[in-house]
Write a protein that binds this ligand. Structure first.
Ligand code: QAP
Ligand code: CO
Length: 178
């Protein structure tokens, strides 16, 4: 198991389209386990492989209260959807920022599980929102693409500034250590 590094907006690698998984082998299962460990450690409720710099169509989610109900979706597809719902979303790749996003209220999704078996899931509420958010990641989309350009720019500038400051602090720490 490994706690993987999570890419943060506006990293260009988050904008790639992830490739379908041709077969669910041990390497994919290892990735799923590492992603679950990374998500639980963060802590978060959902993570897509592209966020840990692996451009494959793999998603892990756990919206349970006790964090004991992991869900793995490989090559997920929305089969049908209905209704409209607005919910406040965050993202491990956009740390510290939360905005309202409008999405489908109910969805039916098909995917492969960790054993490579196909399944379908009909759901609503937070789980439905989370699945849509994670499938967006697989197509290089982030929740900030659903908000105004002004808000998105504000978030991008703040995260770029934080990144510069932490890079500068790391440089100082390194020079002190030498
Ligand atoms: C996606 O997001 C999601 O800013 C999963 O500082 C979120 O797990 C879908 C997190 C909400 C629907 C609703 C975010 C952790 C976790 C942060 C997450 C942060 C620490 C986000
Ligand atoms: Co996200």
């Amino acid at each position: 198991m490994a706690n993987l590094e999570i890419l943060t907006f506006p990293d260009a690698r988050l904008r790639r389209r992830a490739e379908p998984v041709p077969s669910v082998d041990n390497e994919v299962r290892q990735l799923v386990d590492d992603m679950l460990e990374t998500m639980y450690a963060a802590p978060g409720i959902g993570l897509a492989a592209i966020q840990v710099n692996v451009p494959k169509r793999v998603v892990v989610i756990d919206v349970s209260e006790d964090k004991n109900d992991p869900l793995c979706l490989i090559n997920p597809e929305i089969v049908s959807h209905d209704g409209v719902e607005e919910m406040e979303e965050g993202c491990l790749s956009v740390p510290g920022f939360y905005e309202n996003v409008t999405r489908a209220e109910h969805i039916k999704v098909s995917a492969l599980n960790r054993d490579g078996q196909p399944f379908e899931l009909e759901t609503g509420g937070l789980l439905a929102v989370c699945i849509q958010h994670e499938i967006d990641h697989l197509d290089g989309k982030l929740f900030v693409d659903h908000i105004s350009i002004l808000k998105r720019q504000r978030i991008r500038r703040k995260l770029e500034k934080e990144r510069r400051q932490s890079a500068a602090a790391a440089g100082t720490a390194r020079r002190k250590a030498i």
